[in-house]
Each structure stands twice: as structure tokens, then as C-alpha cells.
Write a protein that binds this ligand. Structure first.
Ligand SMILES: O=C(O)CCC(=O)C(=O)O
Ligand SMILES: [Fe+2]
Length: 772
């Protein structure tokens, strides 16, 4: 389903053309046109004949300057806006009457509309900023000639300085032939078209945008698209009310009055309201494209909006408004979820957009934005059309335009996720710590490798000597890898060996850098420490996901409920969020990190291996497919290890839902050896799993040391039914630690001869001596 472009006003006129717009100088000419044409005006029923309306429109277009209102576009619809304390004295009678009908209809519905609006997301904060409750009225008149197919009327209000306004519009569409017309209105929040049949005295009412959509610095209440018979000219008279900061206005609303000075409205011109910021008083004030990084699939929330930084007095106001608006546009949109389940993004609406709660904003290169000045600097650096950056109004449907934004807002409780933009997209980033200055000068290049799952190569993430230091420290410490909540020796899906490095100085440096890459404040409880991995020839790691599900957290034998808090999208849920995977050497051949479900498959839709499994079978993949994704025929993304590079991928989408597409593994080593390390970073502190882990250990899990007390090398096997799975080789005098379970059985051999069989029991001596 094709999306409408984000906020940009479809009539957005490039600056160069704006100055060419005609201005009306003489209202009398308009009025005369109406009068001469013999407008038929009755109470409650207003009919203009085509000739009258056309003349009026022509009058608008050919005029020069007209005080207290502006004017017309040179393209259809011919439109004008009436505004100011005395506009009703100036407007043609017919327009005044029609506007009054519309406004009265609005008045009748006021209570219901404001109640409905109060329930909408984003308005809960309104009270906080309530200043003096005021309601402004404004009338938009547009003539839609019969010849055009698309007839639109935009009710565009003035920018609300503190951008918390609520707008309501009523449209009175008058068919000039007297036949009923259909008016469709596009709800800026619902993002849906609503249609109504209008008889001449009917008024179509729309509860307007609860949050501002600033278009050219204006509050766009709603846009009305008029659909009618081709042979029918239409005059639309839209009455726009906008309320400043109060949902229950105490004033009586008089549609035809506004307090405050006469304000010149120039539909495409500079804002008519005062701003503390000089920047806002010029046409050069640019909008920024705002998106929330809430849905990760396809790279980003490609629903976004534009706003001008100069319209905000404080950065926190900007953040709150931009974030709530972007969130509202994203949440509940199943079409943005993009996964097999099609489940809408929803839980993230619990996330708050208040800076004080931890909401933040970043530019597209991951730089944290902290002030209006930061925003203005960014806006000034944008090429393109004033008001709308050129790439924002493009028809180009490519991922670039859909997935790009100037500002990425991140509500509190979720994390920044690097915009993927498109495969091959490159960003350079500084990994310096803003506070301590650590890693100054260390910049890396981030290249998008896959949109779904979200995978990036970070080149030059580590220096060569750091890689060497980590290898050398851990070479003597590695032992057969553990998988799962309580490591299960003997899990044959993983044949590499590993060691945990949580504290060496190099490990700490690298972990700090990884947090800076992720834009998360470093915290021990958010990481698992560096896990160093070593693969010898033929060793591999079957594709899996790095996050825990209630199923895999059980560790195959541990309490199934051991870890019940594994749904990160739930309140306080925590799980692995991102993996920063480090390549410590160039693997000679094989050993690529493979992503079987990556969108790099040309047969992605409907092809082999394109579903992320089900909730209970996350990461499920047949052995034959696991082998297939590693051979050349498959187009699965395979990341070739390169010394010092890292691959970053996310196990959670931007709204903190788990992403089954993050399935990945290590292809078997064909030649040489592979040294690598992973850092798993959680979305919230991992206390919960630590508790679950000790509970599991306490019930069924055991930690046992197998010590070779003989003089021959011992091979230790885990007996999986009748299969023997090699766990590792133990040199004479050496030992290995194994995490296992009561009732599991191990077999030791030397030179192919059985030395013994050992059944694990609770309360057993944790040191098992083999041989000698
Ligand atoms: O070795 C690799 O390339 C992947 C390892 C992995 O998936 C992990 O450590 O979780
Ligand atoms: Fe993994």
C-alpha cells in the first residue's frame, strides 16, 4: 500500500516561485465581481453562479495587494484567506454567510469535538503549557473549477507559537450548480480519507490536527479534498478555528472575531507571528524532517513530518512536540511493522516524549542534538526548498527518501537504532565520549548491509593491537562454548570455543566504545561482557537469535518459566537488544557471519527462508538450510571477517519488539582459524535474567570441573542419547569447566579407549577426575 508523503503541503511552492504569487490590492473588485454576477444569497442557502465565482477568482488572481488577507495561488484552486478583526466587514456577503453557517455548525459540535481531541495521543501535555485560552478563527475560500480532477482546499492556519494548538475545521462546499457535492477530508492524524455528501446547506466538520503540522511555519489544520462531478464548479468555504493551549476554552467562540492585531496571511510567505528567533522572520527558515526510530523494519519509520526549529522557544518543547507527533504517526501502523505477523507497533506509545524522562534526538549521523542552535545549524545545512527540503517532496519512492530524516527522535524507554536508509548507505561516525573525551579521533565508517534485519559493518572499530591483546589474553582461557541460559556443554549447534572477558583493560575500552556506537550510556548491567570466540577448521555456529525467548531461555531443561520478563516491549521487559560482533582476525576461508533471513535474497518474497519462524520456534532453521545459506548459491548476507571491523545488528526493532529476522550464525571454517568476540547489549538492566540463572542453577543446573589427572590427552564427550558429542580435549594436568544439568551423562576417552562414564547428580563433587 502506497503511503502519502509525510507532511509536506502538496501545494508547497518553491521559494523562487513564491515571490511571483499575485497579491490582491483591491477588495472592492472582488466584491463587485460577486455583486455584478448576482450572487444568490439566502439565509441557510447560498448559491453562487459559476460566472460570479469565476470573476471573483479572476479578480483575486489579477489583483495586487489587499490588506488583511492574502491571496491567491496562481494554480487551482484559486483561494484566499480572510483573517483579522474586521475581515467580516470586508468579505463578500456571500462568503460571510457561508462562513457563518460553517462556523455555527462547528460551534454546535464544539464540546464533542474537544472531548474527542482530548483523548488523542499527544494532547495530554497541553494543560501544562496552557497560557491564555484563546480561539482564533479564519476563513478559507477556494474556487474549484470543474475542469480539474483533483480539487483540494487546504485550511492552513497560522503557526502556533508554542505549537500546542488544536484546530477544528468546518467546510462548507457549495456546488455552483446547486447539485450536492461530495467532500472528502484527509485526517492528518487518522491518515485516512473521510467522505460526506453535502447538500447546499450542509457543513462538513472535521476535528483538526491535535498536534501541529507546521507547513511553511503554519498550522495545517486539515486538508480538504473535494470530489465531485466533473461538470460542477465548487466553492469551498472552510472555517478554521484553532485553539491555543486549552481544550476547554472559557471564552465564547465568536467565529468572526479574533483578538489581536490584524494579521496578514500569506499562504506561502513568512510567518505572520512574532518569534524570538530572528531566523523565523525570514523566508530562509527551513524545516527539518522528523522521524521517530520506532519501527526498525525497512530501516526506519518512514512516516514523518517537517517542522521548523525556529518555531520553538526551547529545545525541550521541540523534542516533546516532534517526538509525540512522530510517535503518533508511527504507532498502530501495521503496514510499518513489516514482519510476517503484521503486528502493529503499539507498546511504544507508553514511551514518553519528555526530555526530562529521557526522550532524545539525534541527527542522521548519530550526533545527539541538545539545543535549538543545534537544530538551526542542521536546518541551515540542508539544501533544497525553503520550508520543504527538496528530497522531502520528491515523488521518488526509493528507500532513500522514505527512510531518511534530518532528526531522529527517540522516546524515553526505547533506544536509538541507526537509520539503515538503504543497503550500502554509509555514515561516518565519531566514537568519542562527549564527556571524558575517550577515543578522541577514533572515527568509524558505518555501512548498511541489510535493512531487515538491521545489519551494519563498522569498519575500523578496533585497532589491530587491541585485537591482538584480546586474543592473547584469552587464548589460554577458552573452552567449549556454552549456549543458553545455563550453558549446556554438548550443544552441538555451536562447536567453537569461548572465554568471557569482562574486565581486561582492552575489553573495557572496547565495551565503552560499543556503547558510544549504540548511543546508550554505558552500564555494566546492560551488557554481558565480551565473549571471545575461537573457531577452528570445520567449527561453526548454527543460525540462532541472540535474544532469549521463554523457550530458549529455559536452556533446554531448565525451568521453562525461568525468565519471564523477556518481552522488552512490555513494561520493564528486558532482553538482548543489539549485538556488536568484533572480528579479531581475518579468517582465511569460511567463518562468515551469515544472516539467513536477510533481505539480500533476490527471491526474498516467497523465496526460500524468508520467515522468521514463530514465537515458539524463533531461530528455527533446518540443518540443510543452515548449510545452504553458507554456500555460494544462497544470497543470504554473509559478512566476511576483517581484522578490527565489527558487525552491528539489532535483535529488537525500534519499538523494542523482538526481531525474528535477526537470525544469524557462523558459517563453518574452511581454512585457518577465526577469532572474534561478541558484546551483547540489553535494552534494560539484566537483573531479571541473573535471578533466573541462579534459580535455574539452583534447581537443575550444575557447574562441574573435569580434570585430566592421567598422562594422555583426554577427549570429553557429552552423551546425547546414544550420540557422543565432543566437548573438547583436555591435556594432561589440565581441566575444563562445564555447565550442565543433573542427569546429563559425559564420557571420557583417551586414544579412543573409554575411561569412564559420568552421570551428573545434584550434590556431587564438582570436580570430576579422569584417568590416572
Ligand atoms: O561467529 C559469528 O560470526 C557469529 C557468532 C554469534 O552469533 C554469537 O556469538 O552470538
Ligand atoms: Fe549470535
Amino acid at each position: 500500500e502506497k503511503q502519502d508523503p509525510p507532511t509536506p503541503h502538496p501545494d508547497a511552492v518553491p521559494v523562487a516561485q513564491q515571490t511571483a504569487l499575485p497579491r490582491l490590492s483591491n477588495y472592492d473588485a472582488v466584491d463587485e465581481a460577486f455583486a455584478e454576477g448576482g450572487a444568490l444569497v439566502d439565509e441557510g442557502e447560498i448559491v453562487l453562479d459559476v460566472d460570479t465565482a469565476s470573476k471573483a477568482a479572476a479578480g483575486f488572481v489579477s489583483g495586487e495587494q489587499w490588506p488583511s488577507y492574502v491571496a491567491a495561488t496562481d494554480v487551482e484552486p484559486a483561494a484566499f484567506v480572510l483573517k483579522g478583526t474586521n475581515w467580516s466587514d470586508q468579505a463578500p456577503e456571500s462568503v460571510v454567510k457561508a462562513a457563518r453557517v460553517a462556523s455555527q455548525a462547528l460551534e454546535k459540535r464544539k464540546e464533542a469535538l474537544t472531548k474527542a481531541l482530548a483523548k488523542k495521543p499527544g494532547l495530554s501535555q497541553l494543560e501544562k503549557r496552557t497560557s491564555k485560552p484563546r480561539i482564533f478563527g479564519e476563513v478559507h475560500v477556494a474556487l474549484h473549477e470543474a475542469s480539474s480532477k483533483t480539487k483540494r482546499c487546504f485550511a492552513v492556519g497560522e503557526g502556533d507559537r508554542d505549537v500546542d494548538g488544536v484546530a477544528l475545521t468546518a467546510v462548507h462546499a457549495i456546488s455552483l450548480s446547486g447539485a450536492p457535492v461530495t467532500v472528502s477530508s484527509f485526517g492528518s492524524k487518522s491518515q485516512q480519507w473521510r467522505a460526506a455528501e453535502l447538500a447546499p446547506s450542509d457543513v462538513f466538520i472535521e476535528g483538526g490536527a491535535p498536534l501541529p503540522i507546521l507547513t511553511n511555519g503554519r498550522l495545517q489544520a486539515s486538508s480538504h479534498k473535494v470530489v465531485t462531478e466533473e461538470s460542477n464548479d465548487i466553492l469551498t468555504i472552510a472555517v478554521l478555528w484553532y485553539m491555543d493551549g486549552d481544550l476547554e476554552p472559557v471564552n465564547t467562540v465568536e467565529w468572526q472575531t479574533t483578538d489581536g492585531p490584524i494579521i496578514k496571511i500569506d499562504k506561502y510567505g513568512p510567518p505572520a507571528y512574532p518569534s524570538n528567533l530572528q531566523e523565523c522572520s525570514t523566508l530562509e527558515a527551513r524545516s527539518l524532517r522528523i522521524r521517530a526510530r520506532l519501527n526498525g523494519d525497512f530501516g526506519s519509520a518512514y512516516v514523518g513530518h517537517a517542522t521548523r526549529p525556529c518555531d520553538y522557544d526551547t529545545f525541550d518543547d521541540f523534542l516533546e512536540v516532534a517526538c509525540e507527533k512522530a510517535s503518533v504517526e508511527t504507532i498502530g501502523r501495521s503496514d510499518l511493522a513489516g514482519d510476517a505477523t503484521g503486528s502493529a507497533l503499539s507498546k511504544a506509545d507508553e514511551a514518553t516524549c519528555l526530555a526530562a524522562d529521557g526522550a532524545r534526538a539525534f541527527d542522521a549521523r548519530g550526533n545527539r542534538l541538545r539545543s535549538i542552535d543545534d537544530l538551526l545549524r542542521l536546518a541551515r545545512s540542508q539544501p533544497g526548498v525553503v520550508g520543504y527540503p527538496a528530497h522531502f517532496i520528491t515523488n521518488d519512492n526509493s528507500w532513500d527518501s522514505r527512510a531518511a530524516a534530518d532528526v531522529w527522535v527517540v522516546p524515553a524507554t526505547v533506544h536509538f537504532v541507526w537509520p539503515t536508509v538503504r543497503t550500502g548507505h554509509v555514515t561516518r561516525t565519531e566514537l568519542r565520549d562527549e564527556i571524558t573525551g575517550a577515543d578522541a579521533g577514533h572515527s568509524s565508517v558505518i555501512t548498511t548491509l541489510s535493512m531487515r534485519p538491521q545489519v551494519f559493518r563498522i569498519s575500523q572499530f578496533m585497532l589491530e593491537h587491541e585485537c591482538e591483546a584480546i586474543i592473547e589474553r584469552n587464548r589460554p582461557r577458552i573452552k567449549p562454548s556454552e549456549v543458553g541460559l545455563v550453558g549446556r556443554a554438548g550443544d552441538r549447534t555451536r562447536t567453537s570455543t569461548n572465554a568471557w572477558d569482562t574486565s581486561s583493560p582492552t575489553a573495557r575500552d572496547v565495551i565503552g566504545r560499543a556503547f558510544r556506537l549504540l548511543k546508550i550510556d554505558a552500564q555494566r548491567k546492560l551488557e554481558d561482557g565480551l565473549q571471545v570466540l575461537h573457531y577452528d577448521k570445520t567449527q561453526w555456529y548454527k543460525p540462532h537469535v541472540d535474544y532469549f525467548t521463554q523457550r530458549n531461555a529455559g536452556g533446554g531443561g531448565a525451568d521453562e518459566d525461568a525468565f519471564s520478563n523477556a518481552v522488552p516491549i512490555e513494561r520493564n521487559g528486558t532482553n538482548r537488544f543489539a549485538t556488536v560482533f568484533l572480528y579479531l582476525n581475518d579468517a582465511a576461508k569460511g567463518g562468515e557471519t551469515v544472516f539467513p533471513l536477510s533481505d539480500t535474497h533476490s527471491t526474498y518474497n516467497g523465496g526460500r527462508l524468508t520467515t522468521p519462524g514463530t514465537n515458539r520456534t524463533v531461530g528455527f532453521i533446518r540443518d540443510s538450510d543452515a548449510a545452504w545459506v553458507c554456500n555460494g548459491e544462497s544470497e543470504a548476507l554473509r559478512v566476511v571477517p576483517r581484522t578490527g571491523d565489527s558487525v552491528l545488528f539489532y535483535s529488537q526493532r525500534g519499538d523494542a519488539s523482538l526481531d525474528g529476522y535477526s537470525l544469524h550464525g557462523s558459517c563453518p571454517m574452511i581454512e585457518g582459524e577465526k577469532w572474534a568476540a561478541n558484546l551483547w547489549v540489553w535494552n534494560r538492566p539484566r537483573d531479571e535474567i541473573d535471578r533466573a540463572k541462579s534459580k535455574a542453577r539452583g534447581s537443575n543446573g550444575l557447574s562441574v570441573v573435569f580434570k585430566n589427572t592421567g598422562s594422555d590427552e583426554v577427549e570429553l564427550f557429552w552423551a546425547d542419547g546414544s550420540d557422543l558429542a565432543l566437548q573438547g580435549k583436555i591435556a594432561p594436568g589440565q581441566s575444563v569447566d562445564v555447565n550442565t544439568y543433573a542427569s546429563h551423562r559425559f564420557v571420557a576417552k583417551a586414544k579412543g579407549v573409554d575411561l569412564g562414564s559420568y552421570v551428573m547428580k545434584r550434590g556431587m563433587d564438582p570436580v570430576v577426575r579422569i584417568g590416572g
